[in-house]
Design a protein around this ligand. Sequence first.
Ligand code: PLP
Length: 393
Amino acid sequence: MLKPNAHYAELKDSYLFYNISQKVKAYAEAHPGARLLRLGIGDVSLPLCGAVIKALHEAVEDQAGRDFHGYMPECGAPFLRKAVAEHYRRHGAMISDDEVFISSGASDELGDILDLFDRESTALVMEPAYPAYVDANVMAGRKIIRLRSGIENGFLPSPCGDAKADLIYICSPNNPTGSVFDRAALRKWVDFANENGSVILFDAAYEAFIEDPGVPHSIFELEGAQTCAIEICSLSKTAGFTGTRLGYTVIPKLLVRGGMCLDDMWVRNRTTKTNGVSYIIQKGGAAVFTGEGQKQIKENIGVYKQNARVLMNALNKLGIRYCGGRNAPYVWLECPGGMKSREFFDFLLEKAQIIGTPGSGFGECGEGFFRFSCFGSPEDTEEAADRLLRLLR
Ligand code: PLP
Protein backbone atom coordinates (compact mmCIF):
# COMPACT_ATOMS: atom_id res chain seq x y z
CA MET A 1 0.00 0.00 0.00
CA LEU A 2 1.20 3.51 -0.76
CA LYS A 3 2.62 5.24 2.27
CA PRO A 4 2.22 9.02 2.51
CA ASN A 5 5.04 11.18 3.80
CA ALA A 6 4.41 10.72 7.51
CA HIS A 7 6.38 13.85 8.37
CA TYR A 8 3.38 15.95 7.34
CA ALA A 9 1.72 14.73 10.55
CA GLU A 10 4.53 16.40 12.52
CA LEU A 11 3.74 19.86 11.13
CA LYS A 12 2.22 22.22 13.61
CA ASP A 13 -1.03 23.56 12.21
CA SER A 14 -0.91 27.30 11.90
CA TYR A 15 -3.76 27.52 14.38
CA LEU A 16 -2.64 30.93 15.43
CA PHE A 17 -2.86 32.56 12.01
CA TYR A 18 -6.07 30.72 11.18
CA ASN A 19 -7.56 31.69 14.49
CA ILE A 20 -6.63 35.31 13.91
CA SER A 21 -8.24 35.52 10.51
CA GLN A 22 -11.39 33.95 11.99
CA LYS A 23 -11.40 36.49 14.80
CA VAL A 24 -11.00 39.40 12.41
CA LYS A 25 -13.77 38.05 10.19
CA ALA A 26 -16.12 37.62 13.16
CA TYR A 27 -15.31 41.10 14.44
CA ALA A 28 -15.92 42.68 11.02
CA GLU A 29 -19.28 40.91 10.71
CA ALA A 30 -20.35 41.95 14.20
CA HIS A 31 -19.23 45.58 13.63
CA PRO A 32 -20.13 46.37 10.01
CA GLY A 33 -19.39 50.11 10.33
CA ALA A 34 -15.94 49.69 11.93
CA ARG A 35 -12.88 50.88 10.03
CA LEU A 36 -10.41 48.06 10.54
CA LEU A 37 -6.78 49.02 10.11
CA ARG A 38 -4.86 46.04 8.77
CA LEU A 39 -1.25 46.23 9.87
CA GLY A 40 -0.87 42.48 9.89
CA ILE A 41 -0.40 41.93 6.19
CA GLY A 42 2.91 40.89 4.65
CA ASP A 43 1.58 41.71 1.19
CA VAL A 44 2.30 44.93 -0.68
CA SER A 45 -0.44 47.46 -1.39
CA LEU A 46 1.11 49.62 -4.16
CA PRO A 47 0.84 48.53 -7.81
CA LEU A 48 3.76 47.61 -10.06
CA CYS A 49 5.78 50.62 -11.19
CA GLY A 50 5.45 52.17 -14.66
CA ALA A 51 8.71 50.78 -16.06
CA VAL A 52 7.63 47.23 -15.21
CA ILE A 53 4.13 47.69 -16.64
CA LYS A 54 5.60 49.05 -19.88
CA ALA A 55 7.99 46.09 -20.20
CA LEU A 56 5.18 43.63 -19.50
CA HIS A 57 3.02 45.19 -22.24
CA GLU A 58 5.90 45.07 -24.71
CA ALA A 59 6.55 41.43 -23.84
CA VAL A 60 2.91 40.58 -24.50
CA GLU A 61 3.31 42.16 -27.95
CA ASP A 62 6.44 40.03 -28.49
CA GLN A 63 4.40 36.94 -27.72
CA ALA A 64 1.79 38.11 -30.25
CA GLY A 65 4.28 37.41 -33.00
CA ARG A 66 6.87 40.18 -33.29
CA ASP A 67 9.43 38.28 -31.22
CA PHE A 68 7.68 35.14 -30.01
CA HIS A 69 9.27 32.99 -27.27
CA GLY A 70 8.43 29.39 -26.46
CA TYR A 71 10.09 27.49 -23.62
CA MET A 72 12.52 29.65 -21.72
CA PRO A 73 15.91 28.41 -20.49
CA GLU A 74 15.28 26.50 -17.24
CA CYS A 75 17.77 28.50 -15.18
CA GLY A 76 16.52 31.85 -16.43
CA ALA A 77 16.66 34.12 -19.48
CA PRO A 78 20.23 35.32 -20.13
CA PHE A 79 19.05 38.97 -20.19
CA LEU A 80 17.65 38.67 -16.66
CA ARG A 81 20.51 36.59 -15.21
CA LYS A 82 22.86 39.29 -16.51
CA ALA A 83 20.75 42.14 -15.06
CA VAL A 84 20.64 40.44 -11.63
CA ALA A 85 24.38 39.65 -11.63
CA GLU A 86 25.16 43.27 -12.55
CA HIS A 87 22.94 44.42 -9.66
CA TYR A 88 25.05 42.26 -7.31
CA ARG A 89 28.28 43.56 -8.75
CA ARG A 90 27.12 47.15 -8.16
CA HIS A 91 26.93 46.23 -4.44
CA GLY A 92 30.44 44.77 -4.56
CA ALA A 93 29.39 41.11 -4.72
CA MET A 94 31.36 39.46 -7.54
CA ILE A 95 28.68 37.17 -8.95
CA SER A 96 28.79 35.85 -12.50
CA ASP A 97 25.68 35.56 -14.68
CA ASP A 98 25.66 31.76 -14.53
CA GLU A 99 25.65 31.77 -10.73
CA VAL A 100 22.19 33.43 -10.87
CA PHE A 101 19.08 31.25 -11.21
CA ILE A 102 15.72 32.85 -11.97
CA SER A 103 12.78 31.52 -9.97
CA SER A 104 9.08 32.08 -9.44
CA GLY A 105 9.74 33.53 -6.00
CA ALA A 106 11.54 32.96 -2.73
CA SER A 107 8.92 30.65 -1.21
CA ASP A 108 9.25 28.19 -4.07
CA GLU A 109 13.03 28.24 -3.81
CA LEU A 110 13.15 27.93 -0.02
CA GLY A 111 11.33 24.65 -0.39
CA ASP A 112 12.91 23.37 -3.61
CA ILE A 113 16.53 24.10 -2.69
CA LEU A 114 16.38 21.46 0.05
CA ASP A 115 16.60 18.87 -2.73
CA LEU A 116 20.34 19.58 -2.74
CA PHE A 117 20.87 18.29 0.78
CA ASP A 118 20.77 14.92 2.46
CA ARG A 119 17.70 14.32 4.61
CA GLU A 120 19.97 13.43 7.52
CA SER A 121 21.42 16.93 7.52
CA THR A 122 20.38 19.25 10.35
CA ALA A 123 18.89 22.73 9.94
CA LEU A 124 19.44 25.70 12.24
CA VAL A 125 16.59 28.19 12.47
CA MET A 126 17.03 31.44 14.39
CA GLU A 127 13.75 32.18 16.07
CA PRO A 128 11.51 34.18 15.87
CA ALA A 129 11.49 33.08 12.23
CA TYR A 130 9.54 33.11 8.99
CA PRO A 131 7.54 29.88 9.47
CA ALA A 132 8.43 28.30 6.09
CA TYR A 133 12.00 27.51 7.21
CA VAL A 134 10.80 25.12 9.88
CA ASP A 135 7.90 23.66 7.92
CA ALA A 136 9.88 22.87 4.75
CA ASN A 137 12.42 20.93 6.82
CA VAL A 138 9.81 19.13 8.89
CA MET A 139 8.21 17.94 5.63
CA ALA A 140 11.57 16.52 4.57
CA GLY A 141 12.06 14.83 7.97
CA ARG A 142 15.08 16.91 8.86
CA LYS A 143 16.16 17.59 12.43
CA ILE A 144 15.69 21.24 13.35
CA ILE A 145 17.89 23.08 15.79
CA ARG A 146 16.29 26.24 17.14
CA LEU A 147 18.49 29.15 18.12
CA ARG A 148 16.47 31.56 20.18
CA SER A 149 17.00 35.28 20.16
CA GLY A 150 15.56 38.08 22.22
CA ILE A 151 15.56 41.77 22.94
CA GLU A 152 18.87 41.40 24.83
CA ASN A 153 20.77 40.59 21.62
CA GLY A 154 18.57 42.73 19.37
CA PHE A 155 17.12 39.51 17.90
CA LEU A 156 20.49 38.93 16.24
CA PRO A 157 22.04 35.77 17.67
CA SER A 158 25.75 35.03 17.32
CA PRO A 159 27.21 31.63 16.49
CA CYS A 160 27.81 29.39 19.48
CA GLY A 161 28.39 25.69 20.21
CA ASP A 162 24.64 25.01 20.15
CA ALA A 163 24.38 26.49 16.67
CA LYS A 164 26.32 23.77 14.85
CA ALA A 165 24.19 22.54 11.98
CA ASP A 166 24.55 21.53 8.34
CA LEU A 167 22.16 24.20 7.09
CA ILE A 168 21.92 27.63 8.67
CA TYR A 169 19.00 29.93 7.85
CA ILE A 170 19.70 33.65 8.04
CA CYS A 171 17.08 36.24 7.13
CA SER A 172 18.38 39.81 7.06
CA PRO A 173 16.53 42.21 7.04
CA ASN A 174 14.47 39.90 9.16
CA ASN A 175 10.85 38.94 8.99
CA PRO A 176 9.34 39.27 11.59
CA THR A 177 11.76 41.31 13.76
CA GLY A 178 12.98 43.83 11.17
CA SER A 179 16.50 43.52 12.62
CA VAL A 180 19.54 43.41 10.34
CA PHE A 181 22.97 41.85 10.60
CA ASP A 182 25.73 44.37 10.04
CA ARG A 183 28.93 43.33 8.33
CA ALA A 184 30.76 42.37 11.54
CA ALA A 185 27.89 40.22 12.85
CA LEU A 186 27.42 38.50 9.49
CA ARG A 187 31.18 37.95 9.24
CA LYS A 188 30.97 35.74 12.36
CA TRP A 189 28.34 33.52 10.70
CA VAL A 190 30.32 33.23 7.46
CA ASP A 191 33.46 32.21 9.37
CA PHE A 192 31.46 29.78 11.52
CA ALA A 193 29.88 28.15 8.45
CA ASN A 194 33.23 27.80 6.70
CA GLU A 195 34.84 26.32 9.83
CA ASN A 196 32.06 23.74 10.23
CA GLY A 197 31.34 22.95 6.59
CA SER A 198 27.78 24.30 6.95
CA VAL A 199 25.80 25.97 4.18
CA ILE A 200 24.04 29.25 4.97
CA LEU A 201 20.69 29.75 3.27
CA PHE A 202 20.56 33.54 3.20
CA ASP A 203 17.09 34.98 2.68
CA ALA A 204 17.50 38.48 1.26
CA ALA A 205 13.82 39.08 0.44
CA TYR A 206 13.93 42.52 2.13
CA GLU A 207 17.37 43.74 0.98
CA ALA A 208 15.88 46.67 -0.92
CA PHE A 209 14.75 48.23 2.38
CA ILE A 210 18.31 48.61 3.70
CA GLU A 211 19.40 52.21 4.10
CA ASP A 212 22.35 52.01 6.52
CA PRO A 213 25.68 51.80 4.66
CA GLY A 214 27.17 49.32 7.19
CA VAL A 215 24.51 46.72 6.43
CA PRO A 216 25.25 44.28 3.59
CA HIS A 217 22.52 43.82 0.97
CA SER A 218 23.93 40.43 0.07
CA ILE A 219 25.93 37.85 1.99
CA PHE A 220 28.25 37.77 -1.04
CA GLU A 221 29.52 41.22 -0.12
CA LEU A 222 31.53 39.33 2.51
CA GLU A 223 34.73 37.56 1.63
CA GLY A 224 34.45 33.81 2.18
CA ALA A 225 30.69 33.64 1.59
CA GLN A 226 31.22 32.09 -1.84
CA THR A 227 32.34 28.85 -0.20
CA CYS A 228 29.50 28.60 2.31
CA ALA A 229 26.31 30.38 1.17
CA ILE A 230 23.32 30.30 -1.10
CA GLU A 231 21.25 33.47 -1.38
CA ILE A 232 17.54 33.46 -2.09
CA CYS A 233 15.89 36.69 -3.12
CA SER A 234 12.63 37.90 -4.58
CA LEU A 235 11.09 40.86 -6.34
CA SER A 236 7.95 40.46 -4.19
CA LYS A 237 8.72 43.17 -1.67
CA THR A 238 11.43 44.92 -3.70
CA ALA A 239 9.12 45.72 -6.59
CA GLY A 240 5.59 44.59 -5.70
CA PHE A 241 5.78 41.20 -7.47
CA THR A 242 3.85 39.25 -4.82
CA GLY A 243 1.11 38.44 -7.33
CA THR A 244 3.29 38.60 -10.46
CA ARG A 245 5.88 36.14 -9.05
CA LEU A 246 9.60 36.41 -9.71
CA GLY A 247 12.71 35.72 -7.71
CA TYR A 248 16.33 34.73 -8.03
CA THR A 249 18.80 32.47 -6.28
CA VAL A 250 22.57 32.76 -6.27
CA ILE A 251 24.71 29.64 -5.94
CA PRO A 252 28.43 30.32 -6.31
CA LYS A 253 30.52 27.91 -8.35
CA LEU A 254 32.92 27.72 -5.40
CA LEU A 255 30.28 26.14 -3.17
CA VAL A 256 31.33 22.50 -3.02
CA ARG A 257 30.34 19.85 -0.50
CA GLY A 258 31.37 16.18 -0.58
CA GLY A 259 33.21 16.88 -3.84
CA MET A 260 30.00 18.04 -5.53
CA CYS A 261 29.48 21.55 -6.92
CA LEU A 262 26.10 22.81 -5.70
CA ASP A 263 25.74 25.18 -8.66
CA ASP A 264 26.09 22.24 -11.09
CA MET A 265 23.64 20.21 -9.02
CA TRP A 266 21.10 23.03 -9.16
CA VAL A 267 21.44 23.27 -12.95
CA ARG A 268 20.69 19.54 -13.07
CA ASN A 269 17.76 20.03 -10.71
CA ARG A 270 16.24 22.94 -12.63
CA THR A 271 16.64 21.31 -16.02
CA THR A 272 14.72 18.33 -14.63
CA LYS A 273 12.07 19.98 -12.49
CA THR A 274 11.13 23.24 -14.25
CA ASN A 275 10.69 24.67 -17.69
CA GLY A 276 11.64 28.14 -16.57
CA VAL A 277 9.72 31.26 -15.68
CA SER A 278 7.42 32.94 -18.20
CA TYR A 279 9.13 35.20 -20.76
CA ILE A 280 6.67 38.00 -20.09
CA ILE A 281 7.31 38.02 -16.36
CA GLN A 282 11.09 37.88 -16.81
CA LYS A 283 10.88 40.89 -19.12
CA GLY A 284 8.91 42.73 -16.44
CA GLY A 285 11.54 41.69 -13.88
CA ALA A 286 14.42 42.93 -16.01
CA ALA A 287 12.81 46.40 -16.05
CA VAL A 288 13.26 46.55 -12.25
CA PHE A 289 17.04 46.63 -12.75
CA THR A 290 17.04 49.54 -15.23
CA GLY A 291 17.78 53.10 -14.04
CA GLU A 292 14.12 54.06 -14.46
CA GLY A 293 12.94 50.88 -12.69
CA GLN A 294 15.29 51.41 -9.73
CA LYS A 295 14.11 55.00 -9.34
CA GLN A 296 10.45 54.00 -9.41
CA ILE A 297 10.71 51.06 -7.01
CA LYS A 298 12.60 53.27 -4.57
CA GLU A 299 9.67 55.72 -4.63
CA ASN A 300 7.30 52.90 -3.65
CA ILE A 301 9.66 51.60 -0.97
CA GLY A 302 9.86 55.19 0.30
CA VAL A 303 6.10 55.12 0.94
CA TYR A 304 6.43 51.96 3.06
CA LYS A 305 9.41 53.44 4.87
CA GLN A 306 7.41 56.55 5.71
CA ASN A 307 4.74 54.24 7.18
CA ALA A 308 7.47 52.70 9.33
CA ARG A 309 8.55 56.14 10.55
CA VAL A 310 4.95 57.02 11.48
CA LEU A 311 4.66 53.86 13.57
CA MET A 312 8.10 54.27 15.15
CA ASN A 313 7.26 57.89 16.13
CA ALA A 314 4.13 56.72 17.90
CA LEU A 315 6.03 53.95 19.73
CA ASN A 316 8.77 56.42 20.72
CA LYS A 317 6.16 58.75 22.21
CA LEU A 318 4.63 55.82 24.09
CA GLY A 319 7.99 54.60 25.38
CA ILE A 320 7.40 51.14 23.88
CA ARG A 321 10.55 49.19 23.00
CA TYR A 322 10.81 47.96 19.42
CA CYS A 323 13.27 46.98 16.74
CA GLY A 324 13.11 47.07 12.94
CA GLY A 325 11.41 49.74 10.87
CA ARG A 326 14.65 51.39 9.73
CA ASN A 327 16.09 48.86 7.28
CA ALA A 328 12.97 46.70 7.05
CA PRO A 329 9.23 47.01 6.44
CA TYR A 330 8.35 45.49 9.83
CA VAL A 331 8.27 47.02 13.29
CA TRP A 332 8.61 44.45 16.08
CA LEU A 333 7.48 45.72 19.45
CA GLU A 334 7.29 44.57 23.02
CA CYS A 335 3.64 44.23 24.06
CA PRO A 336 2.89 46.95 26.61
CA GLY A 337 2.01 46.15 30.21
CA GLY A 338 3.55 42.68 30.03
CA MET A 339 0.68 41.46 27.83
CA LYS A 340 1.11 38.22 25.93
CA SER A 341 1.08 38.43 22.12
CA ARG A 342 -2.45 37.05 21.77
CA GLU A 343 -3.78 39.23 24.55
CA PHE A 344 -2.38 42.33 22.86
CA PHE A 345 -3.88 41.22 19.55
CA ASP A 346 -7.35 40.98 21.15
CA PHE A 347 -6.86 44.24 23.01
CA LEU A 348 -5.90 46.18 19.85
CA LEU A 349 -8.73 44.65 17.83
CA GLU A 350 -11.38 45.36 20.47
CA LYS A 351 -10.22 48.79 21.60
CA ALA A 352 -8.74 50.34 18.46
CA GLN A 353 -9.73 48.10 15.54
CA ILE A 354 -6.05 47.66 14.66
CA ILE A 355 -4.90 44.29 13.35
CA GLY A 356 -1.30 43.22 13.80
CA THR A 357 0.47 39.86 14.07
CA PRO A 358 1.18 38.20 17.42
CA GLY A 359 4.89 37.44 17.79
CA SER A 360 4.18 34.01 19.25
CA GLY A 361 3.27 32.85 15.73
CA PHE A 362 6.97 33.03 14.79
CA GLY A 363 8.31 30.74 17.51
CA GLU A 364 8.11 30.49 21.29
CA CYS A 365 10.57 33.30 21.92
CA GLY A 366 8.25 35.65 19.99
CA GLU A 367 5.83 35.47 22.93
CA GLY A 368 5.25 38.94 24.41
CA PHE A 369 6.06 40.62 21.07
CA PHE A 370 3.98 41.89 18.18
CA ARG A 371 4.61 42.69 14.52
CA PHE A 372 3.31 45.68 12.60
CA SER A 373 3.69 45.61 8.84
CA CYS A 374 4.44 48.84 6.96
CA PHE A 375 2.88 47.66 3.69
CA GLY A 376 -0.52 49.21 4.40
CA SER A 377 -1.75 52.52 3.03
CA PRO A 378 -0.31 55.75 4.50
CA GLU A 379 -3.84 56.80 5.53
CA ASP A 380 -4.44 53.61 7.51
CA THR A 381 -0.97 53.70 9.05
CA GLU A 382 -1.38 57.31 10.23
CA GLU A 383 -4.81 56.56 11.61
CA ALA A 384 -3.39 53.49 13.39
CA ALA A 385 -0.61 55.58 14.95
CA ASP A 386 -3.19 58.13 16.21
CA ARG A 387 -5.35 55.39 17.67
CA LEU A 388 -2.34 53.78 19.37
CA LEU A 389 -1.44 57.12 20.96
CA ARG A 390 -5.01 57.68 22.17
CA LEU A 391 -5.28 54.14 23.53
CA LEU A 392 -1.92 53.67 25.21
CA ARG A 393 -0.83 57.12 26.34
N1 PLP B 1 11.17 35.10 2.71
C1 PLP B 1 10.65 35.93 3.62
C2 PLP B 1 11.46 36.27 4.81
C3 PLP B 1 9.36 36.45 3.45
O1 PLP B 1 8.86 37.26 4.37
C4 PLP B 1 8.63 36.09 2.30
C5 PLP B 1 7.27 36.59 2.09
O2 PLP B 1 6.65 37.23 2.89
C6 PLP B 1 9.21 35.22 1.39
C7 PLP B 1 10.48 34.74 1.61
C8 PLP B 1 8.46 34.75 0.19
O3 PLP B 1 8.55 35.62 -0.85
P1 PLP B 1 7.94 35.27 -2.30
O4 PLP B 1 6.75 36.14 -2.46
O5 PLP B 1 9.03 35.60 -3.25
O6 PLP B 1 7.59 33.83 -2.34
